[in-house]
Design a protein around this ligand. Structure first.
Ligand SMILES: [Fe+2]
Ligand SMILES: [Fe+2]
Length: 328
């Protein structure tokens, strides 16, 4: 039975309306200043000195990884644009009051804090070449972002469900490493951001779950399409301040080597989504959709067998010098 896309979009809007509660009310929401020295205090010099001292235990690799996350978060303008480019789901006026419009602005407002907080943290530690970081952010926003979702809302919701989980895992891992190194302030920052990503993940996953309920064939074909294309990291078009190195490859290798985001995590997320949306148990699919269902169910095991060789290949590549920390 063919499903009318407008009906599905209406269903998505309905579920979005019920999930707006996943956005924190502004008067209860955390803000970057809650985690940083208060520059209006008499003791600001001592406070900042203490703050900087605490960051000395962070390794260059962890800093590079944190900078990569900061840059990723800072390219928010590209992501919000993309969110409103999914056919049928849009904030048409910029102040529209339909659920999706409210969601996309509320989501962006929460995400905006991530880049702000990480950026200020990096700046205050004095450990990072902030100009180099800013130039990379500038390049990344100019280079753009293509989640390869063809403006299709199903593809887009699969992408966002995947990516919110990926960022949740990577921020949580950074928190763990920061604490282990002895930097509890950074640990608190990263785990707080991971908490936001977890709420966003819950929302996008539930939006897509509704699509699976009302248009299972369309949903499964979209999932297959996105998995075959592979889910690209949002910041994969980042470029080096002077264009010399592939900084994204460098960032990925460092994240892989520290276990912050690995190919194994990628496969875990794939498997998680297959289970979450009950792909194996969808009934009544025929033709192309049935083939896609079978293919998706085989994918996690297929990729899992390749984890060791892919990760070994990645870690064998030279990492080079880190442009964001004075080419050390
Ligand atoms: Fe974020
Ligand atoms: Fe996010």
């Amino acid at each position: 039975m063919s499903v009318d896309k407008q009906d599905v979009l209406d269903e998505i809007e309905k579920i979005v309306a019920t999930k707006l509660v996943l956005l924190a009310p502004v008067d209860k929401a955390w803000q970057p200043s809650d985690f940083l020295p208060d520059m209006s205090r008499e003791s600001w010099i001592e406070d900042v000195t203490e703050f900087r001292k605490a960051s000395l235990c962070l390794s260059d690799e962890l800093l590079v990884s944190m900078v990569g996350s900061t840059i990723t978060e800072e390219a928010l303008p590209s992501y919000q644009t993309s969110l409103n480019r999914m056919g049928g789901l849009a904030d048409k006026t910029g102040i529209s009051s339909n659920p999706w419009a409210k969601w996309s602005r509320g989501w962006a407002a929460e995400e905006n804090r991530h880049g702000d907080l990480l950026n200020r943290y990096m700046m205050l530690t004095g450990r990072v070449d902030m100009r180099a970081v800013e130039v990379t952010i500038h390049h990344l926003i100019r280079n753009g972002f293509d989640p390869q979702n063809d403006h299709d809302p199903y593809n887009g919701l699969i992408y966002t469900s995947f990516q919110e989980r990926a960022t949740r895992l990577s921020h949580a891992k950074c928190a763990q490493l920061a604490r282990k190194a002895g930097e509890s302030a950074l640990g608190k920052i990263c785990i707080t951001i991971a908490g936001d990503e977890a709420r966003h993940e819950e929302a996008y996953t539930s939006f897509m779950r509704r699509v699976f309920e009302v248009d299972p064939a369309g949903a499964i074909l979209a999932m297959h399409r996105m998995f075959i294309r592979t889910i690209k990291m949002p910041a994969h078009l980042m470029s080096d301040p002077d264009g010399a190195d592939d900084v994204f490859a460098m960032f990925s290798r460092v994240a892989q080597s520290l276990g912050i985001y690995t190919f194994s995590d990628y496969v875990d997320i794939m498997e998680h989504l297959v289970e979450t949306w009950g792909v194996a148990h969808l009934k009544g699919l025929t033709g192309e959709a049935a083939q896609a269902q079978e293919s998706i169910c085989r994918m996690p095991a297929y990729y899992r067998r390749r984890i060791a060789s892919i990760e070994a290949k990645q870690s064998a590549q030279p990492v080079g010098k880190y442009p964001w920390i004075y080419r050390r």
